[in-house]
Design a protein. Structure first.
Lengths: 151, 172
């Protein structure tokens, strides 16, 4: 239902995967042009949730970010009730992705049925900085950030 | 012509090449990077050269500005370290009427200052309207939309332009 507002993303050459999660990382909808292993899939979604949680925690509101690796780009957008994640080949223009997502979001805002469905999605209730979600490096980094904030 | 003279001739030809963002390079067999004193950023570019990534993709990965791209690749070419593999897909140049449409659409949201804002955006992108390709249109739309104060009107503007030219942008 939500994915239909971002259908044009599937037409962009090089877009490999589009995923929608609720704020507790429960899968809403998913589309893949190529196989993505569950391990990588889970790592990417956790990374995304942690980045947005971090920016929220330190009052630096962030609605979107891009991660560039040696092979792919990951674009992620933080909406009020869900996250959108796009995995794309390096050649894909992120500005085009952003434009399609913004246009899709604009249409969603005008659609009462969708707005009603979005209100039913759960509020965030997961602490992505709980010990079980962090490795040693991440835990140390967050600890350092906390010290900086206290100063 | 001696071997040295032929090599110098080839290097002169390469030296004159204008670097464009769609070009794909690989390391030349004729000269090793170890024989040249390179800056760290030039080494970073060399590591990215795989005969597949375009100049633009490497620039995106390393967050290089267009001036830096020109400077770095020109220097690497001058040193004889690069070979051109290919120039990936032909650019599709935006017709002049598109810029008129863009201005008229933007005028609905910001008034007569639209003309100036468009010129300013093109300058920021270091592009000219007569050589502007469709692949850069999303960036231009983004730069123009932030000049509209109201967030919902920004989305309206982007939607209006996108719906009109999406086939060219998605297909470019």
């Amino acid at each position: 239902m939500i994915m239909e507002f971002f259908e044009d993303l599937k037409r962009v050459d090089g877009v490999q995967c589009i995923v929608l999660f609720d704020k507790n990382l429960k899968l809403i909808e998913r589309w893949s042009a190529k196989y993505l292993s569950e391990k990588i899939f889970n790592e990417i979604r956790m990374d995304m949730a942690q980045v947005f949680s971090l920016t929220d925690k330190y009052s630096r509101e962030s609605q979107e970010f891009v991660l560039v690796t040696t092979k792919d780009k990951i674009y992620s957008r933080n909406f009020d009730r869900f996250y959108l994640l796009v995995l794309a080949h390096l050649k894909v223009d992120i500005q085009l992705i952003r434009l399609i997502v913004t246009v899709g979001w604009g249409k969603m805002l005008k659609n009462k049925k969708i707005q009603k469905a979005l209100r039913k999605l759960p509020e965030p209730s997961t602490n992505y900085f709980a010990e079980k979600f962090l490795d040693d490096v991440e835990a140390k980094y967050l600890n350092q950030l906390n010290h900086i904030k206290e100063e | 012509m001696s071997l040295i003279e032929r090599t110098m001739d080839t290097m002169k030809v390469v030296e004159k090449m204008d670097v464009s963002e769609n070009m794909v390079f690989r390391l030349s067999d004729r000269r090793s990077p170890k024989d040249v004193k390179l800056r760290n950023i030039e080494w970073a570019v060399i590591i990215q050269l795989d005969g597949e990534k375009t100049v633009q993709q490497i620039a995106d990965i390393l967050a290089l500005s267009s001036f830096e791209v020109e400077d770095i690749f020109s220097n690497l070419l001058r040193e004889g370290l690069l070979e051109l593999v290919t120039i990936s897909s032909e650019k599709r140049i935006v017709e002049p009427e598109v810029f008129d449409d863009l201005k008229n659409t933007l005028k609905k949201y910001v008034g007569p200052v639209a003309d100036f804002l468009l010129e300013e955006a093109l300058e920021k992108m270091n592009k000219k309207s007569h050589t502007f390709d469709y692949s850069a249109l999303p960036t231009l739309i983004d730069l123009l939309s932030v000049k509209i104060e109201d967030e919902m009107k920004q989305i309206e503007f982007q939607t209006e332009v996108y719906e009109q030219y999406k086939e060219f942008m998605i297909g470019s």
